[in-house]
Design a protein around this ligand. Structure first.
Ligand SMILES: NC(=O)c1ccc[n+]([C@@H]2O[C@H](COP(=O)([O-])OP(=O)(O)OC[C@H]3O[C@@H](n4cnc5c(N)ncnc54)[C@H](OP(=O)(O)O)[C@@H]3O)[C@@H](O)[C@H]2O)c1
Length: 293
């Protein structure tokens, strides 16, 4: 059988396809080149020197750690949350961390935050949307709509509001990385843990991540999400302090344990800087295998 005919394409069709490929790769000749093992290797893939990052929910838990990790990588980090005293304390731990208190469910305060960051530093390179809350609703059929709304307002609506405000200068600059902190409960349900508002909001964050990634990819702005499993923090106090629940978590985690301090650092750095320059629209679960089954 003639080459190219096996799947119904004749030789001329193959030539046309190949020609079309060449034409569609109108960029540089480099786009057509196979990987070159002699091209320079960038060993500073995690270096964020000169960049400005906003980390929300930095007054405690994962957010305080994220702020420190990005500052250690060289970024100037704007630490955001409501508890100003906590942010100020965090800022004293690293010369590259600045405190900017803000209630993120307040529309005007979010806009002001972005204006203040731009006014002070003139750029936003990384946004880590980490602020979030969990409300144990009890059985869904008895959940209060007001509580449901409160969770969605912070975990989803405020996240979207800040993201679109911060994306404007990123889009104008033609680069930026947005990292949404979702949850394994944005990928799977949490029953028997009764927290419908939380799982609904995190599921929406997962798909919002994909949507924004698609809209902004042509303009150089990447949008990804991290979906953590169980890590100790104020938000998970009840899980960690209740021996039965903790056992249940460990039993249902293939690695047999909860997440440890520092085990989100690598994923954060991967998505923030050059190491992740071709990654967008992805949700990376860091969960000891929770969502692998
Ligand atoms: N820990 C885990 O196992 C786990 C697992 C999966 C996903 N996550 C997600 O990770 C993120 C961080 O959670 P965490 O575990 O570190 O919990 P956390 O310690 O309770 O942190 C939540 C942060 O959100 C901030 N926040 C709450 N309401 C806010 C508002 N209206 N405006 C501004 N900031 C606000 C809080 O600061 P203030 O109170 O000072 O405002 C706090 O810094 C959340 O999105 C959570 O859903 C955590």
């Amino acid at each position: 059988m003639r080459e190219g005919a096996a799947d119904g394409f004749g030789h001329s069709a193959v030539v046309r396809l190949c020609a079309g490929f060449a034409v569609s790769q109108t960029g540089t000749a480099a786009a057509r080149q196979p990987p070159d093992n002699r091209s320079p290797v960038n060993t500073d893939l995690f270096d964020l020197t000169g960049q400005v990052a906003i980390v929300t929910g930095a007054s405690s838990g994962l957010g305080a750690r994220f702020a420190t990790v990005l500052a250690e990588a060289g970024a100037t980090v704007v630490a955001v949350a409501r508890r100003a005293d906590r942010l100020t304390a965090l800022a004293t731990t690293h010369e590259h961390i600045a405190a900017m208190p803000c209630d993120l469910v307040d529309d005007a305060a979010r806009e002001q935050l972005v204006a203040d960051v731009m006014g002070t530093w003139g750029r936003i390179d990384v946004l880590v949307n980490n602020a979030g809350m969990l409300h144990v609703t009890g059985p869904a059929e008895r959940a209060s709509i007001a509580d449901f709304r409160r969770v969605v307002d912070l975990n989803l609506t405020a996240l979207f509001g800040l993201t679109s405000a911060a994306a404007a200068p990123m889009l104008a600059a033609g680069s930026g990385s947005i990292i949404n902190v979702a949850s394994v409960f944005g990928l799977v349900g949490s029953a028997p843990l009764a927290q419908a508002s939380y799982t609904a909001s995190k599921g929406a964050v997962v798909n919002l991540t994909r949507q924004l990634a698609g809209e902004w990819a042509p303009h150089g702005v990447r949008v990804n999400a991290i979906a953590p499993g169980f890590f100790p923090s104020e938000l998970t106090t009840e899980v960690f302090e209740d021996a039965r629940t903790l056992k249940w978590v460990e039993r249902n985690t293939p690695m047999g344990r909860t997440g440890r301090d520092g085990e989100l650092d690598g994923t954060l750095l991967l998505l923030a800087g050059d190491a992740g320059s071709y990654i967008t629209g992805q949700v990376i679960a860091v969960d000891g295998g929770w969502t692998s089954r």
